[in-house]
Design a protein around this ligand. Structure first.
Ligand SMILES: Nc1nc2c(ncn2[C@@H]2O[C@H](COP(=O)(O)OP(=O)(O)OP(=O)(O)O)[C@@H](O)[C@H]2O)c(=O)[nH]1
Ligand SMILES: [Mg+2]
Length: 299
């Protein structure tokens, strides 16, 4: 299956949700008027784009209709496509290897699963991957990561429950230097109910990486549950206040998630969605492609 087919299949429910509704609106109208814009705005909000983002998008659309004297519904559709594309596209910075990737996010968002999938993506690219089980808060956490290490056929550094997560990362870096690892993927604890602890833990891990591996590339990815809607946006803000987030992994887009959320994240937080999770299997992760996303939304 091609990447595009997979994306379409995997995201089918998400895509259907927005695409059907959006295309439906355009099919309903023959005239470009305020009513069309109102209907579009409502639809965008229904697709979990959030009120603010939907309003911004419609404002831009209204301005373009006026400026370019758009008279045809199809022209408005093309303009909307362009606006949505501008909203979600981003420049992928060049990757620096070796690199250390910190995976953060609340409990159950899909951190451990996403690490398994990301490990697989890098491995397919011929990179040497190492997992670091720095979620030592929960007894079963490192065992779960271990299962993914086996699936992806990559090595793992893990200790038992209650160990210092920063020490796990320290050892992983040491091991990576010996093995010639390209990418270290660090699982972290997801608890947010004690923000201070979480912040301390993440910044301690961060300091260890700075000190022990300053030459390595760094990336912090926030994993968000795509079905959590506006609540996930709230979580993202909380995390962004704690650590600098380079990108989002949006999971469970195979579920009933409404993908308009991707636009909301970008507009409201300025953080790009880098990967999307479309299932529980090791192959069920895609690098987010803005053009394909927008093309799949509007005919
Ligand atoms: N359908 C679907 N399920 C997913 C996806 N990603 C993760 N899951 C499921 O979500 C559940 C939680 O995933 P985990 O990877 O354990 O989440 P976590 O963030 O590591 O959770 P904690 O370790 O408890 O903080 C599991 O049942 C996964 O199979 C996805 O893209 N699609
Ligand atoms: Mg986990």
């Amino acid at each position: 299956m091609s990447f595009f087919e997979k994306l379409k299949n995997g995201m089918s429910k998400t895509r259907k949700n927005i695409a059907e509704k959006l295309n439906g609106v355009f099919a309903m109208f023959t005239r470009v008027d305020e009513e069309l814009l109102e209907e579009l705005e409502e639809t965008l909000i229904l697709c979990d784009m959030g009120v603010n983002t939907a309003m911004t998008v419609i404002e831009k659309l209204r301005a373009q209709i006026k400026e370019n004297r758009l008279k045809e519904v199809d022209e408005v559709k093309t303009a909307l496509k362009e606006i949505l594309y501008e909203l979600v596209q981003f420049e992928q910075p060049e990757e620096i290897f070796p690199k250390v990737v910190l995976i953060v996010g609340v409990n159950g968002a899909g951190k451990t699963t996403s690490i398994g999938k990301i490990a697989h993506v890098y491995k397919e690219q011929g990179k040497k991957v190492l997992l670091a089980a720095a979620d030592t808060f929960r007894a079963a956490a490192s065992e779960q990561l271990n299962i993914w290490a086996e699936r992806a056929e990559v090595p793992i550094v893990k200790y038992g429950e209650g160990h210092d997560p920063a020490a796990v990362v320290y050892d992983a870096i040491d091991s990576a230097k010996h093995r010639g690892t390209d990418v270290i993927l660090c699982d972290t604890a997801g608890r947010l109910h004690n923000k201070k602890n979480l912040m301390n833990e993440l910044s301690k891990i961060s300091r260890v990486i700075d000190r022990e591996y300053p030459e390595a590339g760094r990336e912090t990815l926030l994993v968000l549950d795509g079905t959590a809607g506006q609540n996930a946006l709230f979580q993202a803000r909380e995390f962004a206040n704690t650590v600098a987030i380079d990108g989002i992994v949006l999971t469970k887009l195979d579920g009933t998630a409404k993908g308009g959320f991707i636009c909301a994240i970008r507009e409201e937080l300025g953080i790009p969605v880098k990967y999307i999770g479309v299932g529980e299997g090791i192959d069920d992760l895609q690098r987010f492609d803005a053009k394909e996303f927008v093309d799949s939304l509007l005919d």
